[in-house]
Ligand binder design. Structure first.
Ligand code: ADP
Ligand code: MG
Length: 217
């Protein structure tokens, strides 16, 4: 069913392509979730964001739609990177981005996590990727050996940042962020807001907008 375009939580309020809006409708995404409604207008406008909302609230689409909107498929370079705490979460994020990317042709997404051999990942990277999703350890390994190049990266996402800090990834994340272009958008998503998150954001985000959704139930 077509949603009224003036509903405050309708995706059609956002500067998204008609193809993307049609894809969202096909996926059954009729309304934005609260975190999507709060973060997507800012993310699509290019702001850095710290967004906090509980698990299952739709945070993946909140960053995926922003990075997909500015992707140039003609360009065979990594333009967006999502750091996740575990392989399982990286796989989930990749799947969700693939579903959301169906409206755009030929988008290449690579998942780069430890526990898999390096060689196939290096070969895939050599063939070109638009988006990489992975764990800080393995992404750091690829940066060190030069198999991953971030020269034109425009969007860096830290997903489940609280868990990444709990797992001791602070130094890896800081090192990776230093190797990203200064001119970029950084989007940090988290289920909780421990002190470490504020410190992390001060280190490498630019005047981030903060969105904290209170539990409503
Ligand atoms: P989080 O990262 O906050 O834990 P996810 O991004 O994994 O949440 O989303 C949870 C589930 O909600 C996924 O199955 C996703 O496909 C679905 N979902 C996300 N946004 C919407 C929406 N606007 N409408 C319907 N389902 C959605
Ligand atoms: Mg998530």
């Amino acid at each position: 069913m077509q949603e009224p375009t003036n509903a405050p939580d309708s995706f059609s309020r956002l500067p998204l392509s008609p193809a993307m809006l049609a894809n969202l409708e096909q996926l059954g995404y009729t309304r934005m979730t609260p975190i999507q409604a709060a973060s997507l207008p800012l993310a699509l406008a290019g702001h850095d964001l710290i967004a906090q909302a509980k698990t299952g609230s739709g945070k993946t689409a909140a960053f995926a739609l922003a990075l997909l909107a500015r992707l140039d498929v003609a360009r065979q370079d990594v333009q967006a990177m999502v750091l996740c705490p575990t392989r399982e979460l990286a796989d989930q994020v990749t799947q969700e981005i693939r579903r959301l990317a169906r409206a755009q042709d030929n988008i290449k997404i690579l998942t780069l996590c430890g526990g898999s051999t390096m060689r196939p990942q290096i070969d895939s990277l050599a063939h070109g990727a638009h988006i990489v999703v992975g764990t800080p350890g393995r992404i750091g390994d690829h940066l060190e050996r030069g198999s991953l190049v971030l020269g034109v990266l425009n969007t860096l996402v830290l997903d489940e940042a609280d868990r990444m800090l709990d797992m001791g990834f602070h130094d890896d994340i800081a090192s990776i962020a230093r190797q990203c272009p200064r001119q970029r958008q950084t989007l940090l998503f988290s289920a909780t807001y421990p002190e470490g998150i504020a410190n992390l954001s001060r280190e490498f985000m630019r005047s981030p907008q903060e969105i904290k959704l209170k539990e409503v139930h």
